[in-house]
Design a binder for this molecule. Structure first.
Ligand code: TXA
Ligand code: MG
Length: 317
């Protein structure tokens, strides 16, 4: 599905929803309306589909994505809900609230969804089309806002087509979004923390909790994608742009520069992105020896891959 010419515009009837689900389950990207903004959907268990989301948006970083599911039962299959998280879920789902929760070990999501972290952001959207689509797909669907990186979030199908037309398989046209700003994101520390203000007022959450919400520290901006301090980093040392492993190193290859593992033997950047976190985790789990990483071209998704690798290689305490 790499070379696209036209993006299908699907009408919001049963046929359109069935088509959207079919395209998603085949690994395609479908933009769909939620009550906040249009999301750029891909099946969360499909490594390549998730990698393609970053490619379609031209995102220079792998910031973690929100998994969308239709109900609490589907949430419980991918994440652990503490009592307080459960209270917020009962009060505000379906709705414009995203909760960052410990991921279940058997969640089965692509590691790119959480950028290698052990938490996952989950949301149950309150839009009839999103609800129907998620039920038809039967799997979690990740969906960042359906705009090119750095551009304004789309609240109409026409905005999606203007920004991503020709880069995604389809858009399900459900008219304008009612809320118009992204969901409010709450994490747990374990006390609830406001990670991103959004469509659900913080005051409403505080009323439900009966206590003030902790705020994210000033300057720790969730608005700067990929700048999260909590990004996964391997324990092993990482050396970049390695043509070959030195004695005592393990090699993470790319293309012809082969190694113990290879991000993409054919040199495909979407495949390399899909494999990145899985392979870093696997090498990290297998030992302490430094990891030498073959050069990855700094174009398209390669920019996000290199950004992540530079963070993994940066000196830390
Ligand atoms: O309203 C919305 O939330 C829309 C619609 C489509 O649902 N989606 C959306 O997704 O705004 P996105 O990808 O633009 O924003 C996701 C935010 C990012 O800022 C990301 O850093 C944060 O959620 N996030 C995701 N997973 C996280 C995690 N495990 N820990 C901390 N932050 C996380
Ligand atoms: Mg966004």
């Amino acid at each position: 599905m790499a070379d696209l010419h036209a993006t299908e515009r699907l009408v919001p009837d049963d046929t359109g929803i069935a088509r959207a689900a079919e395209v998603l389950l085949a690994g395609g990207l479908v933009s769909f309306p939620t009550e906040t903004v249009y999301g750029l959907g891909g099946v969360a268990t499909d490594d390549i589909a998730v990698a393609r989301i970053f490619e379609a948006k031209g995102r220079p970083h792998f910031n973690p994505l929100i998994a969308h599911v239709p109900d609490l039962e589907a949430v419980s299959k991918i994440a652990e809900l503490s009592e307080r998280a459960h209270d917020l879920a009962q009060a505000f789902w379906p709705g414009p609230l995203t909760l960052v929760l410990p991921m279940r070990a058997d969640a089965g999501l692509s590691p790119l969804v959480s950028a290698g972290l052990t938490t996952v952001a989950v949301r149950v959207p309150d839009h009839p089309l999103a609800q129907k689509l998620l039920r038809a797909v039967g799997r979690p669907v990740v969906a960042p806002s359906a705009n090119p990186s750095g551009r304004i979030s789309p609240t109409e199908a026409a905005h999606v087509l203007a920004g991503l037309g020709g880069r995604i398989e389809a858009v399900l046209d459900g008219g304008p979004c009612s809320v118009g700003v992204e969901s409010t994101i709450v994490g747990f520390n374990p006390e609830p923390v406001l990670l991103r203000p959004g469509g659900l007022p913080a005051e409403a959450i505080e009323d439900a909790l009966g206590a003030p919400l902790a705020r994210r520290a000033e300057g720790a901006g969730i608005n700067a994608p990929g700048q999260l301090a909590s990004h996964y980093a391997p324990d092993a040392r990482v050396r970049l742009d390695a043509e070959a492993a030195r004695p005592g190193e393990r090699m993470l290859g790319f293309g012809d520069a082969d190694g113990e593992m290879n991000l993409s033997p054919s040199g495909d950047l979407v495949e390399a992105a899909a494999n990145l976190f899985r392979m870093l985790h696997a090498l990290d789990a297998a030992g302490d020896a430094p990891i030498a990483v073959a050069p990855v071209p700094d174009t398209g998704l390669g920019r996000a891959i290199n950004d992540r690798l530079r963070r993994a290689a940066a000196p830390r305490d």
